[in-house]
Design a protein around this ligand. Structure first.
Ligand SMILES: Cc1cc2nc3c(=O)[nH]c(=O)nc-3n(C[C@H](O)[C@H](O)[C@H](O)COP(=O)(O)OP(=O)(O)OC[C@H]3O[C@@H](n4cnc5c(N)ncnc54)[C@H](O)[C@@H]3O)c2cc1C
Length: 394
């Protein structure tokens, strides 16, 4: 099923396609296609290429260097980027803290941070979760005491992705422990090289450094690096999570994995390996689920473009999109059979020689890595709770 796009949106999609064909280096898209991701300098260069075209920040307003696109266009752009295997831009800057700075930042903060994000001059990590505050995020304990023009921050953040590369962290800290927990939180923008910050790796079960724990030991942070009002950080955080969840359907990513599945099946049939009826059925079920997800995402985004408000729909998209990625991964993994077995971290290192056909090289890594999709940014159980309350009235 193909939803009918307006002529101007179809032309826009074509324009994006052409830009990608002309500007995306094949060696870079190959790395992305095979699931390696790209080194940070390559990602930064790609950010600057998009920025030169005015397309680095699809979700920002034009006045601050964004595109001002409708949600539907953003969705189409994302689909084209993924289907051409373009590197992803740094979501923490472009999709999370950037929009929060645009909404809550002072003029000075906007001028300082936004151009640097657009030009890949700074990179961020997200300091929300703590050992005792995950799903119940408002329970954060990392405390910030006022001392003259500074806050003194002490505590720790956990599961902090990309902290080892980031030069800034946006963090929720407790500035008032004596009020309802949501009312005593402040949002800070902190340089990672401030004295008192240490970063410890957390290694996932596939041997990869997937996260970090970030420790703050009496870290001095100027008060003008606060985003929004003191004790109003929860409002900023909720807004930021909203931004994070708006485009969470993972339709583009699902399409990418689906095309890998089809490529593998095609390749196997040229080698005389017959696709059995069960596989055929499974593939068709995945295709139907993906079309349903895509149609639902477009319906929601289009309603939002026409002034609709966002309720629990992003939770539905997040839930189904993340589950579907895992179902797709599973099928791909099953299809490639023993070529999917080398899951040892050494064998997964970029330098390692592929064991089977090149498309098998990172399938296991994807399978394991994407397990986190049903946890990060709000677990599936939490999304079920939201849907149960907001949609089913339970
Ligand atoms: C790949 C990945 C990357 C991440 N990156 C970051 C990052 O960069 N920065 C950051 O701050 N955090 C990050 N996180 C952390 C993530 O936001 C938390 O893991 C998530 O919010 C869940 O919190 P928790 O791990 O403390 O689990 P908990 O909240 O302790 O939950 C444990 C289990 O209990 C369930 N549960 C909890 N409360 C309820 C409830 N009320 N009803 C029903 N079930 C419930 C949960 O669904 C889960 O299954 C990342 C996580 C992953 C997996």
């Amino acid at each position: 099923m193909e939803l009918k796009l307006k002529d101007e949106d179809a032309a826009f999609r074509q324009e994006v396609r052409q830009f990608l064909q002309e500007n995306l280096d094949e060696s870079v898209s190959r790395l992305v296609r095979l699931g390696y991701g790209v080194p940070k300098p390559v990602q930064d260069e790609w950010t600057r290429t998009l920025n030169a075209r005015g397309w680095a920040a699809p979700n920002w307003p034009v006045e601050v260097g964004g595109t001002g696109w409708s949600m539907v266009r953003r969705h189409l752009f994302e689909l084209e980027m993924k289907s051409h295997h373009a590197p992803e831009l740094q979501g923490f800057g472009f999709s999370m803290v950037g929009p929060a700075i645009i909404k809550y930042g002072t003029e000075e903060q906007k001028q300082h941070y936004l151009p640097k994000i657009l030009n890949a001059e700074i990179s961020w990590c997200q300091g929300y979760s703590e050992p005792q505050a995950g799903s119940d995020l408002a329970a954060v304990r990392t405390r910030a005491l006022i001392d003259g023009d500074d806050y003194i921050v002490t505590g720790s953040k956990i599961w902090t992705s990309a902290a080892e590369h980031a030069d800034h962290i946006f963090a929720l800290v407790r500035t008032n422990p004596d009020v309802k927990k949501q009312l005593g939180i402040t949002f800070l923008l902190i340089e990672m090289d401030r004295p008192g910050i240490t970063v410890e790796p957390l290694i996932a079960f596939n041997g990869k450094r997937l996260w970090n724990q970030v420790f703050f030991e009496e870290v001095r942070v100027p008060r003008n690096q606060r985003l929004g009002e003191e004790n109003q950080g929860w409002t900023v955080a909720k807004n930021l999570l909203g931004n994070e969840r708006l485009l969470v359907s993972r339709v583009a990513e699902n399409r990418r994995i689906l095309s890998c599945i089809q490529e593998v099946m095609q390749e196997q049939s040229t080698r005389g390996i017959k696709v059995d009826a069960d596989q055929e059925l499974r593939l068709n079920q995945l295709k139907i689920s993906l079309e349903a997800l895509d149609a639902t995402a477009l319906r929601l985004l289009s309603a939002f473009d026409h002034g609709g408000t966002i309720g629990a729909e992003p939770s539905m998209l997040k839930l189904r999109g993340s589950q579907l990625v895992q179902e797709m991964d599973r099928m791909l993994f099953d299809l490639i059979g023993y070529y999917g077995l080398p899951v040892d971290s050494q064998m997964l290192a970029e330098e390692a020689e592929p064991v089977g056909p090149d498309y098998c090289d990172r399938v296991a890594n994807g399978l394991f890595h994407h397990r986190g999709y049903t946890i990060a940014g709000g677990s599936s159980e939490i999304q079920h709770n939201i849907i149960a309350q907001a949609v089913l009235g339970l």
